[in-house]
Design a protein around this ligand. Structure first.
Ligand code: PEP
Ligand code: MN
Length: 346
């Protein structure tokens, strides 16, 4: 990875480096961090001569050769000081970043979603979530509806809060990007869909849309999770949020096997913020508070929680696992007071 002395390379400087890289059958990818650009060498970067020629240029601060399968996501990479911002908020800086909202937006009842959004703003959430298109295990279950996008856009407009929407394919991505959705969610089922990850990384590069990547529920290793996020960053979008959400087989009594305990492992290996989803992890509204506090104790930067003003009138997962905005308010208070003692990466 190439780190320039200035915030970014001038075009003639970039051209000079590209010409050197081309001689060694490599190319250069510019990655826009919020504070500075870094440049990844694509191809076989282990050419000592290429390395020395680039490192010797007067406008280059350093060239890092990180021995890691995820060079950009690695804690030692030039992106290690990258901060994901949502509007004015730095994710996970002073308080846990809380995303809240129903599992699924009911398109036949827009007022219910908007009412929930206002109640959650009042409760203190930092961003709203809501499923427009739904990945359902059963093909006969409700699959989502494009019209629900307008409902969550209206809620953003009225509350001023950023929004998180899951996308599962190219058409949905296109609509979400056109609507300037703040957080593109990649669900657990697509967590290892590398062509979708590449497409999302490429098309969201240079936009203000971050990507919340859920952990695949059959995903075995931490490195596999981080490597999936590497696809997004390697295509040009460093605004990634890692979201543990429980794995399968479930712990008897829970919906999944809660995995908030991987948070410090992620934070030791990578710089990306960790946003834990307790709702899908435990799958019952009654256990969401405990799982949220555990996540914060493990060092999570935030939480993504299903919430609804009247869970029994919700669709998708809401009747089982959504908490009310009143419970959300209590949860935020409890998590805020636990946050200062959070785990520090070592
Ligand atoms: C969701 O957030 O509603 C969802 C479907 O999540 P997951 O992909 O974690 O199952
Ligand atoms: Mn859900």
């Amino acid at each position: 990875m190439i780190i320039p002395k200035a915030e970014r390379l001038q075009s003639e400087e970039l051209k000079e480096i590209e010409d050197i890289a081309k001689e060694f059958e490599c190319s250069i990818l510019e990655i826009h961090g919020r504070n500075r650009c870094v440049y990844a060498i694509l191809g076989d970067e282990n050419h000592a001569v290429m390395f020395k020629r680039i490192a010797g240029l007067s406008y280059i601060r350093k060239v890092d050769m990180i021995e890691s399968s995820y060079k950009l996501m690695d804690r030692r990479s030039g992106l290690s000081d990258h901060i994901v911002r949502m509007g004015e908020t730095e994710v996970g800086k002073d308080a846990p970043f809380i995303i809240g909202g129903p599992c699924t937006i009911d398109p036949s009842n827009p007022e219910l979603y908007v009412e929930t959004a206002h109640a959650l703003k009042e409760a203190g959430v930092d961003a709203l979530r809501g499923g427009v298109w739904k990945p359902r295990t059963n093909p006969y279950s409700y699959q989502g509806d494009e019209n629900a996008l307008d409902i969550i856009l209206r809620a953003r407009e009225e509350t001023g809060l950023p929004i998180d929407v899951e996308v599962m394919d190219a058409d949905q991505l296109k609509l979400a990007l056109a609507a300037k959705v703040d957080v593109l969610q990649v669900g657990t089922r697509n967590a290892l869909n590398y062509s979708l990850l590449k497409q999302i990384g490429r098309e969201s590069a240079g936009t203000n849309s971050a990507v919340l990547l859920k952990r695949g529920r059959h995903m075995a290793s931490i490195n596999e999770f981080i490597s999936a996020a590497e696809y997004l960053v390697a295509e040009g979008n460093p605004d990634v949020l890692l979201c543990p959400r429980g794995t399968t087989p479930p712990l008897d009594g829970y919906r999944n096997h809660p995995d908030e305990s991987i948070t410090p492992l992620l934070k030791n290996r990578t710089w990306a913020p960790v946003i834990v989803d307790p709702s899908h992890s435990v799958g019952h509204a009654d256990y969401v508070l405990a799982c949220s506090l555990a996540a914060i104790a493990y060092g999570a930067d935030g939480l993504c929680i299903e919430s609804h003003v009247d869970p029994q009138r919700g669709i998708g997962d809401d009747p089982k696992q959504a908490i009310t905005p009143e419970k959300m308010k209590e949860l935020i208070k409890a998590c805020r007071s636990a946050f200062p003692s959070r785990y520090k990466a070592i």
